[in-house]
Design a binder for this molecule. Structure first.
Ligand SMILES: Cc1cc2nc3c(=O)[nH]c(=O)nc-3n(C[C@H](O)[C@H](O)[C@H](O)COP(=O)(O)O)c2cc1C
Length: 154
């Protein structure tokens, strides 16, 4: 088995709204399920941070599944300046229960979110370009854990 994890960040287009996020979510769930991709998408401070986990699928092997998905996403006009943070082989999935979970930080308890961002970066606003891939991963894992613990995050 060749499982890969890809992390990237990007800037949401100005005036990105609820309907954009809803459409992204619906397309992600549909396509990712077909392609065996799982992950987490976070939006806050006009920034997207996304983790894609994928295995080979049909004729597509190794990194191809996540890199093809990333390439398609990167062409989407609802965001720009995508920055690849990492694409690495992994032993197991972290976000395997979600074909894509989308988290809009503004829907959550803002103090908890700010504290969490500050825990993994030098700022309390989301700036993945200043974070290492490990910090991004740890932040996303911690964010995902809130959904188990605190109903206000779901
Ligand atoms: C920030 C962001 C994240 C996205 N994530 C995914 C994703 O994980 N999977 C996916 O298939 N499409 C994702 N999309 C949507 C794709 O860019 C594209 O619109 C979609 O895959 C097209 O699907 P369709 O060919 O079924 O219409 C994302 C778009 C944005 C802006």
């Amino acid at each position: 088995m060749s499982l890969y994890r890809l992390i990237y960040s990007s800037h949401g287009k100005p005036n990105l709204g609820y309907h954009d996020l809803k459409d992204i979510m619906e397309k992600s769930e549909k396509n990712n399920q077909l392609e065996g991709i799982t992950g987490l998408l976070c939006y806050g401070d006009s920034i997207f941070l996304q983790i894609l986990e994928g295995d080979s699928c049909g004729a597509l092997r190794y990194r191809t599944v996540v890199s093809k998905t990333y390439h398609r996403i990167s062409l989407d006009t609802r965001h720009n300046n995508p920055e690849l943070i990492e694409c690495v082989p992994i032993e197991s999935r972290i976000f395997g229960v979600w074909s894509m979970k989308a988290v809009n930080l503004s829907d959550l308890n803002s103090q908890q979110v700010r504290n969490l961002i500050l825990k993994y970066s030098a700022s309390n606003t989301l700036q993945p370009q200043t974070m290492t891939s490990e910090q991004c991963l740890n932040f996303m894992q911690a964010l995902a854990k809130f959904f188990d613990k605190d109903a206000s995050f779901s």
